[in-house]
Design a protein around this ligand. Structure first.
Ligand SMILES: [Zn+2]
Length: 202
């Protein structure tokens, strides 16, 4: 479910991102959240669509809040966005909008659940700020990994292999979902505390 993808995406991004500055931590949270939820843009049928919309709204609110905090604190993420070439910045924003719009039109768990989509999404976000590249990749790959555990195939290598595979270990809306949500949430809080300690105490 979407809040699990959000929590695990952020935890995965904080794990792979060096995030040696406050702006780096903000970028890790934003990239992990967006990478974690934007694979499900293709889901259009309720009740899944409602859950996914809520997750995307959560990631959107988190992005706006952290960008505002970064601007106030001058933590570095805005500076990295402002230092981007204007054409690259516009291409990045446009490519993310086009990619997610195109993804919305595709079949459930096809293009948007592939390494190709995750890579293109991360590349688009990296044109907005290079600090978002690895967090978005980590968030997207965490999404594909979680979905692979349940009962509908994930086409990691789409379009080379459109069938993909799944491990059929659990259902998306049952106990495993709650377990992974709390694991992701707990890991995110622990990693944020660890990075805050490194940034502010030492
Ligand atoms: Zn999914």
């Amino acid at each position: 479910m979407s809040k699990t993808h959000l929590a695990v995406g952020i935890a995965a991004a904080l794990t792979v991102s060096p995030a040696r500055t406050v702006g780096g931590v903000f970028a890790a949270v934003i990239g992990g959240a967006l990478g974690g939820v934007l694979c499900d843009v293709e889901c259009k049928t309720p009740p899944d669509a409602r859950d996914i919309f809520a997750g995307q709204m959560g990631a959107g609110c988190l992005t706006v809040m952290l960008l505002c905090a970064d601007a106030i604190m001058r933590a570095g993420l805005w500076d990295s966005i402002r230092s981007q070439n204007l054409y690259a910045l516009m291409l990045g924003v446009l490519s993310v909008i086009l990619l997610t719009s195109l993804g919305h039109l595709t079949a459930h768990r096809s293009f948007t659940h592939s390494l190709l989509y995750v890579g293109l999404l991360a590349f688009g976000l990296s044109l907005v700020s290079p600090m978002l590249l690895y967090p978005a990749l980590a968030g997207g790959i965490s999404h594909l990994s979680l979905d692979t555990l349940n009962k509908k195939s994930v086409p990691w290598l789409y379009p080379i292999d459109r069938n993909g595979f799944c491990l059929k270990l659990c259902r998306a809306d049952k106990t495993a979902n709650a377990v992974f949500f709390w694991l992701g949430f707990g890991a995110s809080v622990a990693l944020l505390a660890f990075k805050a300690n490194a940034l502010f105490v030492h």
